[in-house]
Ligand binder design. Structure first.
Ligand code: MN
Ligand code: MN
Length: 455
């Protein structure tokens, strides 16, 4: 197989046997998509699979030997998995960094409001999304509530086919003259993203009736919403797309398509010379902030703890290890959409179905904010993919002056690591339902596994 080939899709280059493996992989990926619906549920599912494969908590180790499998659970919203290499950790790690948070609507702290006897949720959107896309579709409510007396209550409404769902209304076209004249970004505003929760009450007000339904089902009061993380996402599980079933539609491909590839790769990879590390971070979509995002200290704390278990407690060893470490920043990139061709530069745009995408730089307005990977490291990664038959392509987000984006790459580059963005190309990024090619999702898994196993 020719790993780099912009004339033939990865699907065409895979052997019948590889296509079979790709289909089996996509079944497992869909199970992950349909289970790991929030960052907390992704954390739980990743830890479940890791523990089943023999990973143990860092606190269970008093020293580390080659082949040992370690996990770190960062507050139930981010996970790090490590497989200790045959060389000392201080000689550097092979890190694949992905994220498990996704664009969505979060409930506000006082979310339940009533207008004209209709009860709504007030929401604040999370991540960069096109607000007009979230109206008139079935929506689920998933998340956790912590009560003042210390109970955790898991909430899930809309996931079971028999469940009710929520719905954000839009104006009918018959009355849409003023709305239609507005800019697309202003036709639906953030404060208008109010899912309808209920309308029925025998009382003068509807809100108390709705609150009593929450009380009956979950034992929670209105005040409990103040200490909750409740997310509104599409009430739609993953589906195959196209008569040839070559694509998958789902909420949260960004970045579960890379996160699942990362998980499957570290579970399948043969232990290497270098210590292999799979990061599943939170908060990437809002700038990697907070103590579950990559700007926080927890990744470095985990790395320092690993070094300490091999006898290196001074910070100097952490710094030595980081500058010898290599990172694939496993995050999605935009695939060329011919319908919107004018936003892309065709020669440097990734194409759906042509393999995992290497993206030298992201950023906007002249690469601003980008990691801009070193050419030497790109050459090394290219060689890994070529020698392991991983279909790969290059990709730039869009036309130079069109916009831009960012990933966790620059943060890990700040630590001294060699980093390049390497993720799955997709369509409709950040839409409620996003689209990827199965061949690209599978290529991501092959890429991360080859990287973990490389020298
Ligand atoms: Mn992403
Ligand atoms: Mn994103």
């Amino acid at each position: 197989m020719k790993p780099f080939d912009m004339e033939h899709s990865a699907w065409a280059r895979f052997s019948p046997e590889e296509r079979g493996q790709m289909e089996a992989y996509s079944v497992n990926y869909r199970h992950f998509l349909d289970t790991a619906r929030t960052e907390r549920l992704a954390n739980k599912e990743i830890l479940r699979q890791a523990k089943a494969a023999g990973f143990k908590a860092l606190s269970e180790y008093t020293s580390l030997q080659p082949g040992d499998k370690v996990y770190w659970d960062q507050k139930g919203k981010s996970v790090i998995l490590a497989v200790i290499g045959s060389k000392p950790i201080v000689e550097g790690m092979k890190i694949v960094g992905s994220h498990i948070d996704c664009p969505r609507l979060d409930l506000k702290a006082m979310p339940v409001v009533e207008k004209n006897k209709i009860v709504y949720f007030k929401t604040h959107y999370y991540g960069g999304l096109l607000k007009y896309q979230w109206v008139c579709m079935p929506l689920s409510l998933i998340g956790v509530v912590f009560t003042a007396d210390g109970r955790q209550i898991d909430v899930s409404i809309g996931e079971d086919p028999e469940d009710p769902v929520f719905y954000i209304n839009d104006l009918l076209p018959h009355l849409g003259k003023d709305q239609a004249a507005k800019k697309l970004s202003e036709a639906i505003t953030g404060e208008m993203l109010m899912p309808i929760v209920g309308t029925n009450s025998t009382e003068e007000k509807t809100k108390p009736t709705i609150l009593s339904l929450f009380k009956d089902k979950y034992g929670i009061e209105e005040e409990d919403f103040a200490s909750a993380e409740l997310e509104i996402i599409p009430a739609q599980k993953s589906r195959e797309v196209g008569l040839d079933r070559s694509m998958l539609m789902s909420h949260g491909h960004d970045d579960r398509v890379c996160s699942y590839g990362n998980l499957a790769a570290i579970l399948a990879a043969a232990p290497g010379e270098k210590t292999q590390v799979a990061l599943f971070a939170d908060k990437e979509e809002i700038g990697s902030v907070g103590n579950t995002g990559v700007h926080s200290s927890y990744f470095l704390d985990f790395a320092a703890e690993l070094l300490a278990l091999q006898g290196h407690t001074e910070e100097l060893y952490l710094r030595r290890m980081l500058r010898s470490s290599e990172v694939l920043s496993a995050d999605v990139c935009a695939a060329l959409d011919p319908v919107f061709a004018s936003a892309y530069e065709e020669n440097n745009a990734a194409k759906l179905g042509y393999g995992i995408c290497l993206c030298k730089y992201t950023g906007a307005r002249g690469k601003s904010g980008s990691n801009d990977a070193n050419a030497e490291f790109l050459a090394k990664v290219r060689q890994i993919f070529n020698s392991s038959n991983v279909p790969w392509q290059i990709g730039e987000l869009g036309k130079v002056d069109q916009g831009g984006g960012g990933t966790i790459a620059y943060i890990m580059a700040d630590w001294g690591c060699d980093v390049v963005d390497c993720g799955v190309a997709m369509l409709s990024m950040h839409a409620p339902l996003e689209l990827v090619a199965k061949a690209d999702a599978y290529s991501g898994y092959l890429a991360y596994k080859a990287f973990f196993e490389s020298k």
